[in-house]
Write a new protein. Structure first.
Length: 326
């Protein structure tokens, strides 16, 4: 079942990414990349926040935990069906979205091999892969332990919040901060381009992780401090993730851009999965305080890579901004 879920998710990601690149030109991709990543994150927060609030409410009202979660998942399935119907009638049909038919299985295999090979022969592929794997290294481990940290009791280093409180923190404050960060990031990137904002965005996605270091050491009772820390981290993530998505689009330019972009997102997923797999075990060995110290140390590889990244200064800038300079 988990395999089917992962396969469905990955297949949908490829289709959604390709559709985004075919339906929008370069300047539009830059402008909307922050909004796009914001909605991606909103979906995650909906699952980790809003639905958790609902499940917590149902747990309290029914007293039956399995029943509460079953009902929550039924509601989620209904949401997916509603989006399916909405997309079926509302999504545009780009002229470039024609597809390429292969007549035989041999042609399919040959085309796949050529596409795959052309990706790994791109100029600067080694540095690009390192960037894809390391830019979110600290975030990959942090995101796995944020909810357990907020939920775990204080005697083991957590904050001891209730399920519904965690849901509200992520589902309201986190959503607002993330939305603002993503939208602002996309708008700014479309004005000065990816190269101009690469350093500020790299700092934004790394340094705010210190908010959890503060929470772990002081374990504040006041929810204002908890919400502020989550807001700072989420805003930084929304703002900083814009550069990551823009770079994937930039590196994918050329022939087979949609296929190459899907390979890039595969490396993005790998960069999140491998550190995330070890995050729980590492936290158990170190405790929350030392774990969050490690998170800050793991931001260093991201910052070390930035000076070596080669990006066209004009990439991501809107046509209006380019004309203004002229």
């Amino acid at each position: 079942f988990f395999w089917l879920m992962a396969f469905s998710s990955a297949t949908h990601d490829i289709a959604a990414d390709g559709f985004y690149m075919l339906a929008l030109d370069d300047s539009q991709q830059s402008f909307f990349v922050g909004i796009r990543s914001t909605f991606y994150r909103l979906a995650s927060i909906t699952g980790q926040g809003l639905l958790v609030v609902l499940a917590g409410f149902l747990e309290k009202s029914t007293g039956k935990i399995p029943y509460a979660w079953s009902l929550t998942f039924f509601i989620l399935a209904g949401i997916f069906l509603a989006f399916f119907v909405y997309h079926r009638f509302v999504l545009p049909y780009p002229n470039t979205d024609t597809g390429k038919s292969a007549r035989t299985s041999h042609e399919v295999v040959t085309e796949f091999g050529n596409t795959f090979q052309s990706f790994f022969t791109k100029k600067g592929i080694g540095l690009a892969i390192a960037f894809m794997l390391l830019y979110r290294l600290a975030e990959a481990m942090l995101v796995k332990l944020t909810s357990p940290f907020l939920l775990d009791s204080r005697d083991v280093g957590g904050l001891g919040l209730h399920t519904s409180e965690v849901g509200i923190t992520y589902g309201t404050v986190g959503v607002i901060a993330l939305t603002l960060g993503g939208i602002i990031g996309g708008i700014l990137a479309s004005r000065q381009g990816l190269k101009y904002w690469l350093w500020p965005m790299a700092l934004a996605i790394t340094l705010p992780n210190a908010a959890y270091l503060y929470l772990a050491f002081y374990q504040p009772d006041n929810m204002i401090w908890v919400n502020t820390a989550v807001a700072v981290e989420q805003f930084g993530y929304g703002f900083g993730f814009t550069a990551y998505m823009l770079y994937l689009i930039y590196f994918s330019q050329g022939e087979h851009k949609t296929a190459h972009y899907s390979i890039c997102t595969g490396f993005m997923a790998l960069g999140m999965m491998l550190p995330g797999m070890a995050a729980g075990w590492i936290q158990e060995q170190l405790g929350y305080q030392h774990f969050f110290i490690l998170i800050m140390i793991l931001t260093i590889p991201t910052l070390v890579l930035i000076p070596f990244m080669k990006v066209d200064p004009e990439f991501g800038r809107s046509k209006k901004e380019k004309q203004t300079d002229c």
